[in-house]
Design a protein around this ligand. Structure first.
Ligand code: HEC
Length: 118
């Protein structure tokens, strides 16, 4: 009996360790279809309809909005960096933690990744 309980607990522990961080926070992986709607409402004016940073408001900004088509943008930072920018803003970009839910932030980021050229 004791051995069985021990095995059960070991199983639970393994399942917890194997769960990816997104699932642990109660979030589903980002959905680019939902993300597109969010992008068109909140991000397109700076990042542009093609995601290349040439939105209508871009010329008025001190910093150029990130170009999501550029593969080096996505390889030069960890996922946490991008999530942090969307949550708390960075270099001329406003924070969205009080506008978007954590799930919506996952969704919009997954849509932005679809602009990446190879
Ligand atoms: C007012 C213009 C503006 C809007 C609106 C805007 N951004 Fe940005 N965004 C920027 C600028 C400027 C940068 C470059 C910041 C830097 O790194 O200096 C940036 C960078 C980024 C980056 C790359 C990470 C980084 O720090 O460079 C991501 C991801 C991003 N924005 C996502 C979003 C999302 C998602 C939205 C909509 C919810 C959004 N942005 C709306 C201006 C904007």
């Amino acid at each position: 009996m004791k051995i069985r309980t021990g095995l059960f607990l070991a199983g639970v522990l393994c399942a917890l360790i194997a769960t990816p961080p997104v699932a642990r926070a109660g979030l589903k992986p980002g959905d680019p279809v939902r993300g597109k709607k969010i992008f068109l409402s909140f991000c397109v004016q700076c990042h542009g309809i093609k995601g290349n940073g040439n939105g209508i408001a871009a010329p008025a900004l001190m910093n150029k909005p990130a170009n999501f088509t550029d593969p080096t943008l996505w390889t030069s930072h960890e996922e946490a960096f991008f999530l942090e920018t969307i949550r708390h803003g960075r270099g001329g970009m406003a924070p969205y933690w009080d506008v978007l839910t954590p799930q919506q932030i996952q969704d919009v980021l997954s849509y932005e990744k679809t602009f990446r050229k190879n």
